[in-house]
Design a protein around this ligand. Structure first.
Ligand SMILES: [Zn+2]
Length: 325
C-alpha cells in the first residue's frame, strides 16, 4: 500500500468530530468529489463519486449524522480505468438543496426561491478545528503525497481556482505557506520539505503517519551518514597509503645513499618498522616501538626522516647540475 493510501486510511479512522467540523469536511468533500446536476425548475442533484468504499462510507455517515440525509449508494464499473469500481452516492432533490444551503453553496432569496452561488462557496471556517477538518476532507477527496522514501511532495488538486485559494488560505493560517501550479487545466496546491509535510499531516490529525514519516526520515539520514563515513574512511586510507608510499621511498633513498645506520637510533627504528609494515598507520607503528611512542612522536620522527631524504635529494640535484654541460 502506498504511503498516501496509508495516510488516507488513518484519516478515515478519525471520528466525525464536532458538527462545525463535520460541515467543513463535507464542504471539502463536496467540492472535491461531488458534482451538481441541474434538473430544471431550479432543482439540483448532488452526486459523489469516489474510488474508495471507505471514503464513500465516511461521506454517507457525515451526511446522515449531521444533516439526517440518507444517500443512495451504488457502484459503477469504470470501463476506461481498467474496470476499477467507483462508489457513487446520490442525493434526492430535497436533500441536495438542504445540503447546499448548509454548506453555503446555495442561497435562499426572500421569496423562498433558491439559487446556486456564483462565487466560491464560503463555508465560514474561522475556527482552527474546522480548518483542519476542511484540509482533511480536501486531502481525502483530492490529495496525495509522494512516499517519503522517494521524496517530499504533498498536494491537493483543485478543479477550480476558488477551492485552490481556500486551501492556500487555510494552510497559510496554520503557518504553512503553500505554492500552486497548473496541471492539465487543474490547480495543484503543494507543499515541499519534510518539515512542512509533517506539519500538514499533524494538522489533519494523521499523527501515526507523522511518526512513520519521521522513522523513514531517520533511517534515510542514518544511511546517508553511513555512506558518507565509509566514503570518508576509504578516502582516509587512500591518503594514508599515499603518505606511506612517500615515506618508504624516502627511507629507501636514505638507505641507498647513506645507509640507515647513519641515522640516530630513534629514526633508525621507525625507518625499519615503516619498511616492514607498509600499510600500518603512524599510530600503529608507534605502538611497535620500544618503548611505544605516541602518534605525535612518530609524526615528528617521520618528518625528520623526510628532511634527511630531501637533503640527500638536494645534494644529488646539485651534483647532477654540476656534471651536466
Ligand atoms: Zn470545527
Amino acid at each position: 500500500m502506498s504511503f498516501s493510501s496509508k495516510v488516507k486510511e488513518e484519516l478515515l479512522r478519525q471520528s466525525l468530530g464536532k458538527s462545525c467540523c463535520s460541515l467543513s469536511e463535507l464542504s471539502a468533500l463536496t467540492q472535491t468529489s461531488g458534482s451538481l446536476a441541474l434538473r430544471g425548475a431550479g432543482r439540483v442533484q448532488v452526486t459523489y463519486r469516489v474510488e474508495s468504499a471507505a471514503l464513500a462510507r465516511r461521506i454517507f455517515l457525515l451526511l446522515r449524522t449531521r444533516l439526517d440525509i440518507v444517500a443512495k449508494l451504488h457502484y459503477v464499473q469504470n470501463a476506461r480505468l481498467g474496470g476499477r469500481r467507483s462508489c457513487v452516492l446520490t442525493l434526492g432533490d430535497q436533500d441536495s438543496q438542504r445540503l447546499l444551503l448548509a454548506l453555503h453553496m446555495m442561497e435562499q432569496g426572500e421569496d423562498g426561491g433558491v439559487t446556486l452561488r456564483r462565487t466560491a462557496p464560503r463555508h465560514p471556517m474561522t475556527r482552527q478545528c474546522c480548518r483542519r477538518a476542511f484540509l482533511r476532507g480536501a486531502f481525502l477527496g483530492a490529495g496525495s503525497m509522494t512516499s517519503p522514501e522517494k521524496g517530499y511532495h504533498f498536494e491537493w488538486v483543485a478543479d477550480d481556482e476558488g477551492l485552490m485559494k481556500t486551501i492556500m488560505r487555510l494552510l497559510e493560517k496554520s503557518d504553512l505557506p503553500a505554492r500552486a501550479f497548473e496541471r492539465k487545466g487543474r490547480q495543484v496546491v503543494y507543499l515541499k520539505g519534510a518539515q512542512q509535510i509533517a506539519d500538514a499531516l499533524a494538522l489533519m490529525g494523521a499523527s501515526a503517519s507523522v511518526l512513520d514519516m519521521e522513522n523513514i526520515r531517520i533511517t534515510k539520514q542514518m544511511r546517508a551518514d553511513a555512506n558518507r563515513a565509509s566514503n570518508c574512511d576509504e578516502h582516509n586510507s587512500e591518503k594514508m597509503l599515499n603518505a606511506a608510499e612517500k615515506q618508504i621511498d624516502a627511507i629507501k633513498l636514505i638507505s641507498i645513499q647513506r645507509g640507515l645506520f647513519t641515522l640516530p637510533p630513534g629514526l633508525q627504528e621507525i625507518a625499519r618498522l615503516r619498511l616492514e609494515h607498509t600499510s600500518l598507520s603512524l599510530t600503529e607503528l608507534g605502538q611497535l616501538m620500544t618503548p611505544p611512542v605516541g602518534k605525535s612522536g612518530v609524526n615528528h620522527r617521520m618528518r625528520r626522516l623526510m628532511e634527511v631524504a630531501r637533503d640527500i635529494e638536494n645534494t644529488l640535484d646539485a651534483h647532477t647540475e654540476e656534471e651536466s654541460p
